[in-house]
Design a protein around this ligand. Structure first.
Ligand SMILES: [Zn+2]
Length: 338
């Protein structure tokens, strides 16, 4: 259970208005607050209901909780102008204006305003068959935004602590911090990942160990100092771009963010390779992406010994997205062609 009135004050004008109000006479669960936050921007219920995990985390039907929000004054149907803004293209608005013999010049909000002044009844009718957009009320917005801020702060904290542990070579601890954070989320990252399993923590720790030590061939144009700048970007891609200096040069067709991804792909590849060998496969193939460069596509045409396959990411890759090739295990008895 999470109490918004104990959290730090928020700063937007809409919230200031409510800062001194009494807390509402009810408390929302974290799952309910997460659902409410989906309506910080006008949304249809359909766009949320399509995620079938909601009833489980809410312990209730989504529609029922949405009705409850409306009764509690946390959620309301969005204003007509908002619905028009979201549902009508500028072209459609201009056609409607022409039908009314009105000028079609101006920005979208001007067009909407002009139409609403001329014939709001017609606009209501035009939107009647569309799915209604729901939006947080002022009170709902305070609750939802504070919840979002609180979660962002928790994530920042977990990443910062994990990064510090990784920089001190404590990779298992670094992995445990991230796994614990993920497991605590209502919808943990990675749909099928069991964040409480030891295997996940071991795999993450292994990836981090490689990310914080390797110098893959695809990044040979980079100095060791540059590589050290890339390591946290590769290890923590969610916040990664903030760690990357804006003037970072790779000397390759791809930029710093892609270079960091290549470092993390290298770590994943090494782990995959270990798994393939441990499972007793003697040979493997390499699969490339449909739009891979010629060099990468060439790799996918052969069979390789699992003991000594070409390094991935492919050092000669010329794609601006970098190499996206993967090792794939094949029959344990495959023989290399002579
Ligand atoms: Zn390539």
């Amino acid at each position: 259970m999470w109490k918004f009135w104990q959290s730090k004050s928020t700063t937007t004008p809409k919230m200031n208005r409510l800062q001194n109000t009494e807390p509402p006479p009810f408390r929302l669960t974290d799952a309910e607050l997460l659902l409410l936050s989906k309506f910080l921007y006008p949304s249809t219920i359909d766009s949320i209901i399509s995620d079938r995990r909601w009833p489980t985390v809410l312990g209730n039907d989504v529609l029922r909780v949405v009705e409850q929000f409306k009764h509690q004054g946390l959620l309301a149907v969005a204003a007509l102008s908002t619905c028009i803004e979201r549902l009508f293209s500028t072209t459609t608005l201009k056609e409607l204006l022409k039908e009314h013999g009105l000028p079609v010049s101006g920005k979208k909000e001007i067009l909407i305003q002009r139409l609403m002044e001329a014939d709001s009844e017609a606009l209501y009718k035009a939107t009647a068959n569309m799915k209604p957009l729901l939006e947080c009320s002022d009170t709902g917005r305070v609750l939802a935004q504070a919840f979002v801020n609180e979660n962002k702060a928790k994530e920042d904290d977990a990443i910062a602590r994990s990064k510090k542990a990784a920089e001190n070579q404590n990779f298992k601890e670094a992995a445990q911090i991230i796994a614990k954070f993920q497991a605590s989320r209502i919808f943990p990252g990675g749909l099928w990942v069991d964040w409480k399993s030891d295997t996940i923590i071991e795999d993450m720790a292994e990836d981090l160990r490689i990310i914080y030590s390797a110098h893959p061939k695809i990044l040979t144009t980079l100095t060791n100092q540059q590589l050290d700048l890339l390591r946290p970007v590769a290890a923590y891609p969610i916040r990664g771009k903030y760690y990357l200096p804006s003037d970072f040069q790779t000397g390759r067709v791809f930029d710093g963010v892609v270079a960091a991804r290549m470092l993390s792909f290298y770590a994943c590849g090494q782990r995959e390779l270990k798994g393939i060998r441990a499972a007793g496969y003697t040979h493997l193939k390499i699969s490339s992406a449909p739009d891979s460069c010629a060099a990468c596509k060439k790799l996918s045409k052969k069979t390789y010994s699992a003991d000594n396959p070409p390094e991935l990411p492919h050092p000669d890759c010329t794609h601006e997205m970098g190499c996206r090739c993967l090792y794939t295990s094949i029959s344990k008895t495959t023989r290399l062609p002579d």
